[in-house]
Design a protein around this ligand. Structure first.
Ligand code: NDP
Length: 284
């Protein structure tokens, strides 16, 4: 028999997780604060309390809104012997603090790198950190949801990786949104611009990231910069001036211009983007 699993939380994501477990033949128990959610989960056992849901399975997936919701839901519940895999979005500190409160249970923290429609599909992956033995024991069960990637024993690591990837996504979307606002200000059709120019351009530029990362890891072997920071800083005000002239708020872009100026002012004008990454660190 497949491992029985429990899913706490039937929001958009929790429902997709429960569906994937059911589709793979796992006996699946679900709990949600508001009863009656996701009626399509006809094969799931519905628990009326968190305690009843937790008692039903050795592996308990938690997918609630935020960290405080998880603490509230699990408070006072006997978790002895259970593996708690918390896929609720959290910070590294929240993950470590939650692990410390779960008496008698082993903890895996997870970061879901997918939207609900991707769960169970080939492109979704979930980052895990925490108890390595629990991860190994349940790796095949967790693989039903998405490709499982274990990133380390420190429970906070999955959240750190997750937040890093989300930060990159929001930065990229911020730039793309600004670009679309510029096009929209001139009544240029957004779809054509996006499909024919924006996506190919971003895709091509992403190709430079591994070289920037290599420079960060090994500064002594940094390759000569083809687009040095002094050149980029000198041209950056054109981005701001154009936004203002087009009636577009430049505030998503201005911090990048300030960072380039700082790099030049501190003697890094002939270097590449890795220099700006070092300048972002505030605790050195
Ligand atoms: P939803 O808003 O769809 O669902 C929220 C869930 O949390 C519901 O089950 C809700 O129960 C429950 N909840 C909220 N407040 C409380 C509370 N005080 N006590 C008990 N239960 C509560 O969110 P998602 O399912 O989309 O997201 C769940 C988690 O997954 C979040 O941490 C999110 O960041 C993460 N995630 C989501 C992704 C997405 O694309 N959706 C992608 C990656 C991660 P009720 O039905 O009673 O309101």
């Amino acid at each position: 028999m497949k491992t029985p699993v429990t899913v706490l939380g039937l929001g958009a994501m929790g429902t997709a997780l429960a569906q994937a477990f059911l589709a793979a033949g796992h006996p699946t128990t679900v709990w949600n604060r508001t009863p009656g959610r996701s009626p399509e989960l006809t094969d799931a056992v519905r628990a009326s309390t968190v305690a009843e849901a937790v008692a039903a399975s050795p592996l308990v997936i938690v997918c609630l809104l935020v960290d405080t919701t998880v603490h509230d839901a699990l408070e006072g519940v006997d978790l002895t012997g259970k593996v708690i895999a918390n896929l609720t979005n959290s910070t590294p500190d929240q993950a470590r603090a939650l692990e410390a409160t779960l008496a008698g249970a082993t903890y895996l923290d997870g970061g879901i790198m997918a939207v609900p429609a991707m769960i169970g599909g080939p492109h979704a992956f979930i980052l895990y950190s925490g108890d390595s033995a629990a991860f190994e024991r349940h790796q095949a069960d967790l693989a039903v949801l998405a490709r499982p990637l274990y990133v380390g024993a420190d429970a906070g690591l999955a959240a750190l990786y997750d937040i890093a990837l989300l930060s990159a996504m929001y930065g990229m979307f911020g730039g793309a949104e600004h670009a679309l606002a510029l096009m929209h200000s001139a009544k240029i059709p957004a779809v054509e611009f996006t499909e024919q120019l924006l996506v190919p351009w971003l895709t091509a530029m992403l190709g430079s990231l591994p070289r920037i990362a290599a420079d960060l890891d090994n500064p002594s072997q940094a390759a000569a910069a083809g687009s040095n920071l002094a050149m980029q800083a000198a041209a950056f005000h054109n981005l701001i001036d154009t936004a203002v002239a087009q009636g577009v708020d430049p505030s998503l872009l201005t911090p990048m211009g300030e960072l380039l100026q700082k790099a030049v002012a501190t003697g890094h004008g002939d270097e590449d983007m890795a220099a700006t990454i070092r300048l972002l660190k505030t605790n050195v």
